[in-house]
Design a binder for this molecule. Structure first.
Ligand code: NIG
Ligand code: FE
Length: 412
């Protein structure tokens, strides 16, 4: 099946296959072709160029993108889309003055979601999660990482990972699964951390690895959650089972999680709202992608990741949603890109790079996703007619997406 897209006002993120991420000053550059065509064949990008060089082909389908912009679909490298119910009461409690920490300390937060998840059938969790997945696909997400972490029991964690697997089988979006058994200590293990960590290492990990239910391992390394030593132990066990680490660090406190992640060659370290100079120093010249989650900062009214300082230090940066019921009940990557520009002072070029090629890197798929490159997946966004790509962050509350293509086919 060949699709030809013609008269594209501007084709964004045109890259050579050798570029797997962009860092520092390179992030300000977004290579584009104005007045372009794009050819998709068998779900992949097979050719593109200037309309002046339009080849003479006979496609099965032709899309006229006159006045419209085409870009690779968003790569959302950090979500918790699979969950049960919601936490809207906690949202109102926070409006009325409680903090996220206070809510967690009285049994709300992650443990609240874990209780709901363990009481909900696998089928029902699938139904609730698929609605959210379809929503983000319509919002232009073409690759998404999804974490477990609301089970916190052997059965609950496996149930979540099976739901992720089923979503991956049933939808044309690319899905990567992350095991986050170490998201919080269940109350029965509040004073027996070793007991829960043993459960993760001896009961959960072997079963997950045997059934190939996860690609990555995650830990919430934070004061009141998992210490640096506990994080280290869990990611070392995950690595033995072939799971690369991608970890939650520096959301509220800088306690050494970044350094632990780097030491274990983490694919990414995520959140980074609180960064000390030594954290930035540690990330230099590593293979670990820092990931910022600005809609979490927005929703919880906590600091934003210091993007300007990090980019000035030569670091790469990826942007993701963190879609989850507690800290970020939104999976809108368009809003993330806009918020990164508005609140983190990233330029539109930097934010688009962070939400495409660097997001792909942060889930280990930048050889196949995240740019307009021959041979990469034909997962694309076609905008409505707009003056320029600046509109994407500028018109932050508007839906500028007209068409989403996944594996070369229109997703309706
Ligand atoms: O990434 N910080 C840890 N985990 C999630 C939120 C979990 C929740 O509140 O349910 C996050 O923000
Ligand atoms: Fe998260």
């Amino acid at each position: 099946m060949t699709t030809l897209i013609i008269n594209i006002k501007e084709l964004l993120q045109v890259r050579d296959s050798s570029i797997l991420k962009v860092s520092g000053a390179e992030m300000a550059v977004l290579p584009t072709i104005k007045n372009a065509y794009l050819v998709l064949k068998n779900g992949l990008i097979s050719d593109f160029g200037s309309m002046e060089d339009l080849p003479n082909i006979n496609p099965e389908k032709c899309i006229d993108a006159d006045g419209k912009i085409v870009l690779p679909s968003w790569c959302d490298s950090h979500t918790h889309i699979v969950y049960a119910g919601n936490r809207e009461q906690e949202f109102v409690d926070r409006i009325n003055g409680l903090t996220y920490e206070e809510i967690a300390n009285r049994g709300g937060g992650i443990l609240n979601s874990a209780k709901k998840l363990n009481e909900t059938s696998e089928e029902e969790i699938y139904q609730q999660s698929k609605t959210r997945l379809e929503e983000v696909m319509h919002l232009g997400t073409g690759a998404v990482e999804i974490k477990s972490g609301y089970g916190l029991t052997v059965d609950g964690e496996l149930k979540m990972l099976r739901v992720i697997q089923r979503l991956a089988q049933n939808y044309p979006v690319t899905i990567k699964a992350t095991f986050l058994g170490a998201h919080a200590f269940p109350s029965e293990y509040a004073t027996n951390h070793k007991g829960y960590i043993d459960l993760i290492i001896n009961e959960m990990l072997p079963e997950i690895a045997e059934n190939k239910l996860a690609d990555f391992i995650d830990v919430f390394c934070e004061t009141g959650y998992f210490t640096v030593e506990e994080t280290q132990k869990i990611i070392e066990a995950g690595i033995k089972f072939g799971l690369k680490p991608k970890i939650h660090v520096n959301q509220f406190n800088s306690i050494g999680g970044i350094q632990t992640g780097i030491k274990h060659n983490a694919l990414s370290v995520d959140h980074l709202e609180v960064m000390k100079p030594e954290d930035i120093e540690a990330l230099k010249n590593t293979e670990t992608m820092p990931v910022a989650l600005p809609s979490c900062s927005y929703f919880l009214s906590i600091p934003y990741t210091p993007a300007r300082v990090m980019i000035a230090a030569g670091l790469p940066l990826a942007l993701a949603t963190d879609y989850n019921p507690g800290s970020t009940p939104s999976g809108n990557m368009n809003f993330v890109v806009a918020t990164a520009c508005i609140k983190m002072k990233m330029t539109p070029e930097e934010a688009i790079n962070a939400a495409t090629i660097n997001g792909a890197y942060a889930m280990g798929i930048s050889e196949t996703h995240g740019s307009i490159t021959i041979g990469k997946k034909a997962n694309l966004i076609i905008t409505k007619p707009i003056p320029s790509y600046y509109q994407i962050p500028y018109a932050f509350g508007s839906n500028l997406i007209e068409t989403v293509l996944l594996e070369g086919k229109i997703f309706a």
